[in-house]
Design a protein around this ligand. Structure first.
Ligand SMILES: Cc1cc2nc3c(=O)[nH]c(=O)nc-3n(C[C@H](O)[C@H](O)[C@H](O)COP(=O)(O)OP(=O)(O)OC[C@H]3O[C@@H](n4cnc5c(N)ncnc54)[C@H](O)[C@@H]3O)c2cc1C
Length: 407
């Protein structure tokens, strides 16, 4: 490898930092330029809706690397800097500070951003989103100030914020368009467990509800629903999903259908340009379909694979999607992939009522995904079951006395 090569990473994110680390670990001794819009060095976002928001985790724990790690590893970290365009013919990125940086390989880890609410009143004070570190700091202050919190969107972030606001003793309402929170991801049986969990913790769940406007004069005072009812609130948290940050790639002429389109080596149609993390819509060789995954583990592992692929190694990203969530005393990990409506059976193993169980989603007797709830060190076994693609006996799968490996 030519030591004078320059690899540029756009997005000082988890995927970007993971890629920089693996480039050095693999012996790349050229220049690494890691450029990020945010003022903070790369950090992990999961604590923003959990420990950091609850005040149980220290700020220092969120950062991917210690502050001196970048200098020690000769990584040119440029924070508070946005790349505004890519000239692929000249292999140059242009930054908002006017600087131009040439590259031999370019990695896009621009991630995603919250979908915005567009109803009347969406711009009122006290209407907040949660993506960045400063959003978390603001939300903490807002939860302290507020007495009634309305959360629009019963997805992972909405529900984790609901748990944090309940822990702070606030009145909490979650407003969700579907019949159950997390219905699309988990299906009815398991989504109901989350609904019951929040109900038991005093959260008011407004399901099948459509938000038509927010009321207030300066500060928000409530949420108006399509059925004419109103939800009083002096803090509204919006968690209605995210969209990949693809404008830069699109303007550079790259295909951004459903995210920046990449192959199993995380390479775009341009052999010098790669993408990883939330922004990448990658071909998954074992699932034989494209997937854009919006999770921590995916960003970390794809960053590493992209780094190897940029070095010309035969690195393929073929990990099954994995994610985790913590709400109240319910911690879980989920591995696998199920298209909405694809599973024809859900099998439970363990004590569902005590929140100590594994749920498996099956289609035609084969395990597609598993979710372990307050049961640990089983992800590898669940992955093996999925990867084996064999049909299993649901009765044996449900029997905790039979080791998963022997089902
Ligand atoms: C509150 C919260 C809680 C979460 N909890 C979980 C969880 O429990 N479990 C889980 O699996 N996942 C969780 N996630 C999801 C996980 O954090 C994301 O999947 C992960 O952060 C994606 O990382 P990334 O590296 O792809 O991009 P991002 O983290 O989105 O970072 C992209 C970075 O690129 C920068 N950028 C964008 N465009 C430019 C540009 N043109 N120039 C320079 N910089 C640019 C952005 O400013 C940003 O800093 C959570 C996310 C949030 C917000």
């Amino acid at each position: 490898m030519d030591p004078k090569q320059t690899f540029v990473i756009v997005g000082a994110s988890l995927a970007g930092a993971a890629a920089a680390q693996v480039l050095r670990e693999e012996g790349f001794d050229g220049q690494i330029v890691l450029i990020g819009s945010e003022p903070n060095r790369p950090y992990e976002r999961p604590p923003l809706s959990k420990g950091l928001l609850l005040g149980t985790a220290p700020l220092e724990d969120v950062f991917v690397h210690p502050s001196d790690w970048y200098a020690w590893n000769d990584i040119d970290l440029r924070l508070a800097t946005t790349v505004t365009s890519i000239d692929r013919a000249a292999r140059v990125v242009v930054c908002d500070d006017g600087r131009r940086v040439g590259y031999d390989r370019l990695l896009l880890t621009t991630g995603s951003e919250p979908r915005r609410l567009t109803v009347p009143g969406a711009g009122l004070d006290g209407v907040v989103y949660l993506r960045r570190l400063e959003d978390c700091e603001l939300l903490k202050i807002e939860i302290d100030r507020a007495s009634r919190v309305a959360i629009i969107g019963g997805g992972w972030i909405g529900l984790e914020v609901a748990a944090a606001a309940r822990a702070a003793g606030r009145e909490v309402a979650v407003i969700e368009t579907a019949e159950l929170p997390l219905l699309r991801v988990l299906g009815r049986e398991v989504a109901q467990i989350y609904a019951d969990l929040h109900h038991a913790h005093g959260v008011r769940l407004l399901l099948g509800a459509q938000v038509v406007g927010l009321t207030g004069d300066g500060l928000v005072t409530g949420v108006e629903l399509a059925d004419g009812s109103a939800v009083p609130a002096d803090l509204v948290v919006v968690g209605i999903g995210i969209t990949p940050v693809v404008a830069l790639a699109a303007d550079a002429g790259l295909d951004v259908t459903g995210g920046v389109l990449v192959d199993e080596h995380l390479c775009t149609a341009d052999p010098a340009v790669f993408a990883a993390g939330d922004v990448a819509n990658a071909y998954h060789p074992t699932l034989r379909r494209r997937l854009r995954v919006e999770h921590w583990e995916n960003a970390r592992r794809q960053g590493a694979i992209a780094a190897k692929a940029m070095l010309g190694q035969d690195a393929t990203f073929d990990r099954l999607p994995y994610f985790f969530s913590d709400q109240y005393d319910l911690g879980m990990e989920y591995v696998g992939y199920v298209e909405p409506g694809e599973a024809d059976q859900v099998v439970f193993r363990g004590e569902v009522r005590r929140h100590e169980f594994i749920a498996f989603w099956l289609a035609g007797g084969r395990v597609l995904a598993g979710m372990n709830v307050n049961v640990w060190d089983v992800v590898g076994d669940i992955e093996d079951l999925i990867a084996s693609a064999r049909t299993v006996d649901p009765a044996r799968l449900a029997d905790p006395s039979i080791p998963l490996a022997a089902v």
